[in-house]
Design a protein around this ligand. Sequence first.
Ligand code: NAD
Ligand code: 0WE
Length: 259
Amino acid sequence: MAGAFAGKRALVLGVANRRSIAWAIARELAAGGARLAFTYQGERIERSVRELAATVDSALVTECDVRSDDDLARVFAEVGEAFDGELDILVHSVAFAAAEDLEGRFTDTPRDRFWLALEVSAYSLVACARAAEPLMERAGGGAIVTMTYLGGERAVPHYNVMGVAKAALDASVRYLAWDLGPKNIRVNAISAGPVRTLAARSIAGFPTMEEIVEERAPLHRHITAEDVGAAAAYLVSDAARNVTATTLYVDSGYHAMGM
Ligand code: NAD
Ligand code: 0WE
């Protein structure tokens, strides 16, 4: 798809390191000629994101905690300045739940950490879509893609409150698609199978999950962040011009199985 994104401007949220799904998506967009803007959360990962951004055509690297309305307002103002008031593509690849809530019983999730997971992992898409809307409208339309997981539709042991957050995210995709469709802004999700990223590596039982995928998925193999990058590139490209409000599974077919 060389040149598929020539002249396109994309904002990417959720790069933490070179293993991040967001980085695989960014590389794919950059390979197609897109100009990129990146946000990172917190000083701990600033250097790693700046180093990665320097290897592609990046117009902006700026801090953003998606829980902060002030951060979001500043970031989208900076994006407007960097891209002449226009934006074509938004990549949302952000999720967080307290580590203790990704083990043990969902039943025990306390109120504050339930809302934390929902705020970071689901509401942030709504806030970003609203902030992106005027910039995409000026560009004549746009495409938003977010990252989800089967645990939002089925009970995956230990995914717990993240599953509830993904269910809210999935529904948000559909309602945003309805609102923004008249402005030629498309909103889609990719449901990825387990990928060994920073967020995934710390999870106990990840190797077991990989074994289950190898045994039961139609393709009997794992997926990579690059597979997700290619799927995201399709969804935000003109080839998907009439695709919105949907979920594209990049999971070796695992979601289709009943056993
Ligand atoms: P990752 O750790 O590389 O990315 C998660 C990102 O979320 C990080 O960049 C982190 O800084 C960011 N983040 C967390 N809290 C934030 C906040 N308050 N403000 C701003 N940013 C914040 O891991 P990843 O696996 O690439 O995750 C990206 C997305 O993919 C997530 O939505 C995740 O749920 C989804 N996903 C991952 C897998 C998998 O197996 N790795 C599978 C399906 C879906
Ligand atoms: O969405 C995810 C993981 C997102 C995530 C990961 C962490 C680890 C570190 C959110 N918050 C945190 N908080 C931390 O402190 N995935 C789809 C990967 C994943 O996570 C699981 C899975 C799968 C798959 C957790 C339990 C069971 C399966």
